[in-house]
Write a protein that binds this ligand. Structure first.
Ligand code: 5GP
Length: 180
């Protein structure tokens, strides 16, 4: 374990098993459809790479980057698009792939933005969710794990760009991060 992280919340074995299950479910649901997975940079990169390899249906991937917390723990609610999709999603079956849904503000913004482009369908798959922290309700079709109200890192999730490389999800002790 990396020296400065806290308790391991989700092991690499648990991640692997759950992602296999999600892959099977998504493959069943999207059989015969025109699936485009939209990964949200940068946190969802590790998850989308593993999820993609569990799919048994044709799919394309595209990416968006939105502004995130920087090095603080709380969402400002202001979302900026830093990188837009490369291709059109009009008439296609879009699955947003997120690392974590916390307040729901980022996803709420993304869904409204993408829905305006007239996809055939728009659903969300999030590896993690913190239901206690929700400020706006967002429909998450596929969820990997519900976690308590704690700041987590690893498996793509960072703090100040560190820890993305861990192959498990761990909490970050309160005193490691300045709160707003
Ligand atoms: P929301 O808009 O739902 O509050 O926040 C979504 C984004 O905030 C996520 O995509 C992620 O970038 C970041 N985030 C929320 N909670 C955590 C967390 O516990 N750890 C990390 N590393 N990022 C988080």
């Amino acid at each position: 374990m990396a020296a400065s992280v806290g308790e391991v919340l989700i092991s690499s074995e648990q991640l692997e098993l759950r992602i296999q299950e999600l892959g099977s479910q998504i493959s069943r649901d999207y059989a015969g459809k025109d699936l485009v997975m939209v990964g949200v940079l940068r946190g969802a990169v590790v998850f989308i790479a593993d999820l993609l390899r569990q799919l048994e249906v044709p799919c394309e991937i595209d990416f968006m980057a939105v502004s995130s917390y920087g090095s603080s723990r709380d969402s400002s609610g202001v979302v900026r698009i830093l990188k837009d999709l490369d291709d059109s999603i009009t008439g296609r079956d879009v699955l947003i792939v997120e690392d974590i849904v916390d307040s729901g503000l980022t996803l709420n913004y993304l869904m409204r933005n993408l829905r305006a482009r007239d996809p055939a369908s728009l659903e969300v798959c999030s590896l993690l969710t913190k239901p206690e922290r929700r400020r706006v309700e967002v429909p998450i079709r596929y969820t990997g794990f519900e976690i308590p109200n704690t700041f987590v890192v690893g498996y793509g999730l960072d703090h100040a760009q560190r820890y993305r490389n861990l192959d498990y999800v761990a909490s970050l002790p309160e005193d490691s991060v300045p709160t707003l």
